[in-house]
Design a protein around this ligand. Structure first.
Ligand code: MEV
Length: 296
């Protein structure tokens, strides 16, 4: 049997969502993790690409944790993992793998999982790897819809128009746990300055929800640029991410921002169909790998 899960992008509110502010996330269905599972005499794990020892042991640990979450003590199965989601890029590769694994192992053992069960178990796995996750990553991947997320709860947003996004990967590893910890340290040391950044971030997410529902892509794009500036103020951007945002802006993108934990990983640019190719080329000129996608 085979199970899949998609990738995600945070459209608004990464980091501020950890502090109870609203965030907006969207599924990226064109990038996926796939987990196949079949009977075997011992546990065997097969990957579709070369991975280093550290990554391998992290994935083995994730499989063990997923089994434990499902109340399974011994897993005699051959598990095949393939993924088109770049690792450590802010695209939810770990949450996507957790969810595909939980669905596959549950199905293989004839355990029925509701969406809520799956979400709770995926969050438990995320906690092992990310310390203090807000829960937005697992929620959007399980829901497979654009969500407005606040205080651990989400509502679905129906966009007035489809979003044409270019996801540009710097190739620099984005360590979400490290970036969340960095922001936490600043939050403790400079509380009022940080409130002055996190509060407007939350307000942007509220405005973005309206723009999304109304299909006002021009306004949505402007809000994305503003969100990027606030993320840079928060200290989670870097030169490569700023350069990508500028390249997208100069080439005519409606909006662009870093997405996910930052410090590396991806920039997302909101584009029109006509300018998409030009913007893609401009972003590739910085050395990034670009994945076009449409979110509806
Ligand atoms: C990661 O995709 C988003 C962060 O806000 C962390 C989280 O919400 O758990 C950086």
């Amino acid at each position: 049997m085979k199970e899949e899960a998609c990738a995600k992008v945070i459209l608004f509110g990464e980091h501020s969502v950890v502090y109870g502010k609203p965030g907006i996330a969207a599924p990226v269905r064109s990038l996926r993790t796939s987990v196949s599972i079949a009977k075997a005499s011992v546990l065997q794990i097969i990957f579709d690409r070369d991975i280093d020892e550290k990554e391998r042991s992290r994935i083995v640990e994730l499989i063990m944790l997923a089994a434990r979450e499902l109340g399974i003590s011994s897993l005699e199965a051959k598990i095949g993992i393939s993924s088109s989601i770049p690792f450590s890029a802010g695209l939810g590769s770990s949450a996507s793998l957790s969810i595909a694994l939980l669905k596959a192992i549950a199905g293989f053992n004839r355990i029925a999982l509701t969406e809520d069960d799956l979400n709770a178990k995926a969050l438990a796995l995320e906690k092992q790897f990310h310390g203090n996750p807000s829960g937005i990553d697992n929620e959007v991947i399980v829901t497979d819809r654009i969500i407005f997320f606040e205080d651990g709860k989400s509502t679905v947003i129906i966009p007035g128009k489809p979003l044409h996004l270019l996801i540009a990967d710097t190739g620099i590893s984005s360590d979400t746990k490290k970036m969340v910890r960095k922001v936490r340290k600043q939050f403790v040391a400079y509380r009022s300055e940080m409130d002055g950044i996190l509060k407007p971030m939350g307000e942007l997410a509220g405005k973005a929800k309206d723009a999304l529902e109304e299909g006002d892509l021009k306004e949505l794009g402007l809000l994305m640029f503003q969100n990027h500036t606030l993320l840079a103020d928060l200290g989670v951007s870097n030169q490569e991410l700023d350069d990508l945002v500028k390249a997208a802006d100069d080439a005519g993108a409606l909006g662009a921002k870093l997405s996910g934990g930052g410090g590396g990983g991806v920039v997302i640019a909101l584009v029109t169909d006509e300018k998409s190719e030009r913007i893609r080329k401009a972003m590739e000129m910085t050395g990034a790998k670009v994945y076009p996608t449409v979110i509806s």
